[in-house]
Design a protein around this ligand. Structure first.
Ligand code: NAD
Ligand code: TYD
Length: 341
């Protein structure tokens, strides 16, 4: 069977890894990547697939209703997987508006196109951050799909709003949707503004490693390929209208991650610099993935010790990719975010 799959945000971190996974596993599928190429999108990431016959890249804003409708008419997709988003919490604290535009309105425009061109299957890539955070002293508590939405940052509030719209389009218009809510990802092509790639890049350049607060916040880390495999399963076997949590029971404190990176790169821990905490900083995320395991048989395949080594090696082997990124507009971002912090 051949299918046309629209992947929005496919020039970003997880979307690009998802494209590689899909092109490898389903050579008969046509993959169309829709991406605005914001600061977070890099066409060079997609270099290995750009010339393939069953792949097309379209530079487009998901908020461009007319352009989106034209593309749906032309390509007649069978499935839309929406990764496109503004994704960085710190940026959402500095300037929330674009988060509302892309993450909420963009999602709505894509779903309107899905309705208009034949009730097309829509998958929303969401985040565990819609559940807010958990206390550090209650390790027994985990996010399930029934945990109430309780957001902290403009980023998570915008993602949660999109989720509510997706559920509304299912209930009101019968749009065939699914939603996945994943914990923190790490792996190749992760933009170096996020914790793990930022610490690797800074350590390699012998620059300070800025840890927010005391570094005690906990995140539940999942190797990006495991996330992509989970979305693939949901697309092919998931129940319409359902939410699936994705996570690998891999909770770690930020400070322990940073120390581990120092050790792996043989850099001194004296590079670690404690800086002012993030406003509204979520303490702990932890996913209960029982539903996706029981219903779809998904389990994470990459242990953290293995995944982090692979990731560090990737950043060592692909210096040009991240050095190009941090040599441009990123310099201004970094100065604004970290100078005098
Ligand atoms: P990213 O920031 O690396 O990539 C986002 C991509 O979307 C970029 O290529 C960017 O150019 C594109 N984009 C942004 N605005 C757009 C617009 N208006 N129109 C078209 N394209 C646009 O993000 P990521 O880390 O790959 O995250 C992808 C998705 O997964 C997001 O929806 C995010 O909320 C979700 N998610 C991320 C994580 C994580 O740990 N990174 C965890 C759970 C869920
Ligand atoms: P991040 O990678 O931005 O992901 P998220 O906020 O979506 O979980 O941050 C992960 C954790 O690392 C979070 O607790 C904030 C912290 N952090 C730092 O301590 N220093 C940094 O420079 C960054 C970017 C994040």
């Amino acid at each position: 069977m051949s299918k046309t799959v629209f992947v929005t945000g496919g020039a970003g971190f997880i979307g690009s890894n998802f494209i590689f996974h899909m092109m490898d596993k389903y050579p008969a599928y046509r993959i169309v990547c829709l991406d605005k190429l914001t600061y977070a999108g890099n066409l060079s990431t997609l270099a290995s697939v750009l010339k393939k016959e069953n792949f097309r890249f379209v530079k487009i804003d998901i908020c461009d209703r007319e352009g989106i409708y034209q593309l749906f008419e032309e390509e007649k997709p069978d499935v839309v997987v929406n990764f496109a988003a503004e994704s960085h919490v710190d940026r959402s604290i500095e300037d929330p508006e674009v988060f509302l535009k892309t993450n909420i309105l963009g999602t709505q425009i894509l779903m309107d196109a899905c309705r208009k061109f034949g009730n097309i299957r829509f998958h929303q890539v969401s985040t565990d951050e819609v559940y807010g955070d958990l206390p550090l002293d209650r390790p027994d508590l985990l996010f399930t799909e029934e945990t109430p939405i309780h957001t902290s940052s403009p980023y998570s509030a915008a993602k949660a709003s999109a989720d509510l719209m997706v559920q509304a389009y299912h209930r009101t218009f019968g749009l065939p949707v699914t939603i996945s809510r994943c914990s923190n990802n790490y792996g190749p092509y992760h933009f170096p503004e996020k914790l793990i790639p930022l610490m690797i890049a800074n350590a390699l350049n012998d620059k300070p490693l800025p840890v927010y607060g005391e570094g005690l916040n906990v995140r539940d880390w999942l190797y990006v390929e495991d996330h992509c495999k989970a979305i693939d399963l949901i697309l092919h076997k998931g129940r319409i209208g359902e939410v699936y949590n994705i996570g690998g029971h891999n909770e770690m404190r930020n400070i322990d991650i940073v120390r581990l990176i120092c050790k792996a790169l043989d850099k001194p821990e004296s590079l670690i610099t404690y800086v002012a905490d993030r406003k509204g900083h979520d303490m702990r995320y932890a996913i209960d993935p029982t539903k996706i395991h029981n219903e779809l048989g998904w389990l994470p395949e990459t242990r953290f010790e293995e995944g982090i080594q692979k990731t560090i090696q990737w950043y060592l082997d692909n210096r040009e990719w991240w050095e190009t990124i941090i040599s441009g507009e990123y310099q201004n971002y970094y100065k604004n975010m970290y100078e005098n912090r």
